[in-house]
Design a protein around this ligand. Structure first.
Ligand SMILES: C=C(O[C@@H]1C=C(C(=O)O)C=C[C@H]1O)C(=O)O
Length: 364
């Protein structure tokens, strides 16, 4: 390196150091503003303060993405601001979120993607337990898997909504990469593969090809699988990278999912409703009369008011053999005029009518 390029490098580094000082000062100033917000909120609302405002956070992230001058990618800057807000909110009051444990599951990764790293994540053994903890007020929010792009819907989660008073307050999509990990170093020694049943299904092609003789054992979660494999000779787990790190396993094969676009959608559940953010989604639980044209009558009001439906799932209601309920997602907030009109109309057509929640479309 020449003397002049050395000097040039030094000059740029000094500039970076000065910028970091400015950033630190600005971030601290922002954090003090968040503290003031907390103070004002407590004054106005007294005991029942809602510190976390999802619609406000989403507005901040959208604004940042729209104003982003580059060269950093929009998603990247939004992620940085997600973390700044997470830390500022924790100064007001730390949030806690129940997820499907143990440590290292994709549900935990989804919780952190949604709330940022300052959220306190609490591992639960089952999806039922997540609902119960949030219902009891022991956790502010819960994060539950609801749908996978290759394996379809997580029906247990949908079933729990039938009897729960909780609301959907957000959604998170996560790209899922599966890895084969083991205490062993050689693929040929693997006799048992542990994983969650959905993950085994998502890697079926790879497992058929490379481990055709290994037994596949379904367990409660991917992280459980990693923990089990840790102490068992000849065992391997299919799980995410975090699990390999937490349980000290060697990654024998990376990204073994059959579909490279493999994505899982998670729902954030809580007691509070999210106010309109301008770009929202509403989830409904409906059931119609068991007669010809029943479903058609349910969907008519949506079409009549120009409301788009993005998903429909049917589930047996467990009340009678032919009695089905429908989980429907539509675009718009329940308070938006066309949606409000469609919902009023729908309610008259349905036997069972429940708005599971209106929540902002995910930014990250
Ligand atoms: C600062 C506020 O409280 C929280 C923190 C936010 C932030 O750091 O930008 C935004 C929304 C709230 O979750 C607020 O309500 O404006």
């Amino acid at each position: 390196m020449t003397a002049s390029s050395d000097e040039e490098l030094d000059a740029v580094r000094r500039r970076i150091d000065a910028i970091d000082q400015d950033l630190l000062r600005l971030i601290s100033e922002r954090a003090r503003c968040a503290q003031q917000v907390a103070h004002i909120k407590t004054g106005i609302e007294g005991g029942g303060v809602q510190f976390y405002r999802p619609e406000r956070e989403i507005a901040v992230l959208r604004r940042i993405k729209d104003a982003n001058p580059g060269p950093l990618d929009g998603e990247e800057v939004a992620r940085l601001f997600r973390e700044i807000m997470s830390a500022c909110l924790a100064l007001e009051r730390p949030l806690n979120a129940a997820f499907l444990g143990p440590e290292g599951t994709f549900t935990q990764a989804a919780a952190i993607k949604h709330f940022g790293h300052s959220v306190v994540t609490r591992a639960m053994a089952t999806i039922d337990e997540i609902f119960r903890e949030v219902e009891a007020g022991a956790c502010d929010f819960g994060v539950v898997p609801v749908e996978n792009s290759t394996e379809g819907v997580v029906s247990h989660t949908l079933d729990l909504f039938m009897s729960s008073p909780l609301r959907i307050t957000g959604e998170v999509s996560l790209r899922i990469h599966h890895h084969l990990m083991s205490p062993e170093s050689d693929l040929s020694t693997i006799r048992t593969v542990y994983s969650h049943q959905q993950s085994l299904a998502q890697c079926r092609g790879w497992l058929d090809r490379y481990l055709p003789h290994a037994e596949r054992v379904a367990v409660g979660s991917n992280a459980d699988a990693a923990r089990t494999a840790m102490n068992e000779p000849g065992a391997a787990a299919v799980a995410g990278l975090q699990a390999a790190e937490i349980y000290g396993l060697k990654v024998l094969a990376e990204r073994i999912e059959d579909d490279p676009g493999n994505t899982t959608r998670f729902l954030v559940i809580g007691k509070q409703d999210s106010p309109p953010s301008g770009q929202d989604k509403t989830s409904l639980l409906l059931s119609c009369r068991n007669q010809a044209g029943g479903l058609h009558a349910l969907l008519m009001p949506l079409a009549a008011h120009g409301v788009s439906m993005t998903r429909i799932e049917s589930r047996p209601s467990r009340r009678g053999i032919w009695d089905y309920v429908f989980f429907i997602d539509i675009i718009g907030h329940r308070q938006d005029l066309p949606v409000a009109a469609a919902l009023e109309h729908l309610q008259k057509e349905s036997l069972l009518f429940k708005v599971l929640g209106s929540y902002p479309l995910a930014v990250l």
